[in-house]
Design a protein around this ligand. Sequence first.
Ligand code: URA
Length: 261
Amino acid sequence: MPAPASIAVIDALTDWWEEMGVDVDHARVDALLKAAEQAETAAAPQVAPARSRGKKPTNWVEEARNLAAGCDTLEALKAAIESFEGSPLKPSAQKTVVFDGTPGASLMVIGEGPGAEEDRQGLPFVGKAGQLLDRMLGAIERTRETNAFITNVNYWRPPGNRNPEPEELEMCRPFVDRMIELSKPKLIVAAGGVPAKALLDTGGGIMRLRGSEHAFRTAGGFTVPLIPLLHPAYLLRRPQEKSRAWRDLLLVEKRLGELGG
Ligand code: URA
């Protein structure tokens, strides 16, 4: 059986086909991407959780909670996240990817977690999907440099770009909540199903969650409206879904106007 193509090769090919106007069979591409992801995950070094003999194992969620609670500025929180050793994803990642953009902006975008390019540069949403996100934000006159703040629900690249596991998200969550409390956005956009489901603590899919506003509350009691958006990586694979994303972006723009952002 031939080895599965890499994710990068499949992405490049589909992009090229789409640019050439070839009618892409998305079901087939998704199946190929799944096989590639599984192959890359299997090939990635398996990192065992750190253990020390005779010592009570660290409760990493509690540790994250304590660290986050002690931070009164975004810079202190960034340093705390970078110093955190609890995530099993950290040893195989090159960088800890925390946030980018304008601290205190009225719009906060929260994605799933770093991919290959983000892991190289140490910044969220700087690969192809990130470039599309920048264009989407630009369409509603938002830029990272002036009025948007960007982060993720997980700070370390999972091997083979698999989805983060629930327990990996759970130990990042106190940091995510504290970041929201310190940034005080007027509106959150959850980019994709993973952050939307994690933040809203629901099993519903992104297609059901998108298109409307939800109420989000941090552990510390800060409440803010949240609008889920289709992930830009998904939109790169399914450009025919861009009209849905556009409608959702218009809702974001309208709500920011109403909220005084
Ligand atoms: N996808 C995400 O969800 N976040 C990033 O930072 C990059 C890609």
